[in-house]
Structure formats: C-alpha cells, structure tokens
Design a protein around this ligand. Sequence first.
Ligand code: SF4
Length: 80
Amino acid sequence: MIDGPVYCDIPWWSVYIEVTGEVRPCCDYGLVLGNLTQQGAKAIWDERFATLRQLQQLGTAPAGCGQCCAARIGRVGTEG
Ligand code: SF4
C-alpha cells in the first residue's frame, strides 16, 4: 500500500486478462477485480473498475496499487 493519491488513467481504458480469466486493470495491480469464467466483462468494468476509478478520484490509493513505478511516484497517465 502506498501513501497519498494515485493519479493513474489506466483504470479508465485498460483491461488486463490472465489466461485463467482473472481481470485486473494492469499487470502490476495486486488484486483480482473479477473473473471472466464467473462474470461478464461489462459487469466487471461497470462495477469493480468503477469502484477503483472512484477511489482514485477521491484521492485514495487503491489497495491493489503500489507495486508499480507509477504508484510509487504517485502519477501515471495523462491527467492534469
Ligand atoms: S497505479 Fe500502477 S498498479 Fe495502479 S492501476 Fe495504475 S499502473 Fe496499475
């Protein structure tokens, strides 16, 4: 877990899918947001990704972030 906000636009446009069906926003994200063998992609995108995007907008570092360089420096993507 990191301290402070994460400004990362990846949850707005990226989906990373493992061969097992596990879905994450990127390969570094530490938690699984869903599994395509159990849920539809739209449900995962609309529900679990929406929560992740909302956390970032509120300035809260998502629990799954923290392993990537972007999270450590607190910024990635094109926002601001
Ligand atoms: S901050 Fe890092 S771990 Fe979190 S979604 Fe962005 S690239 Fe992935």
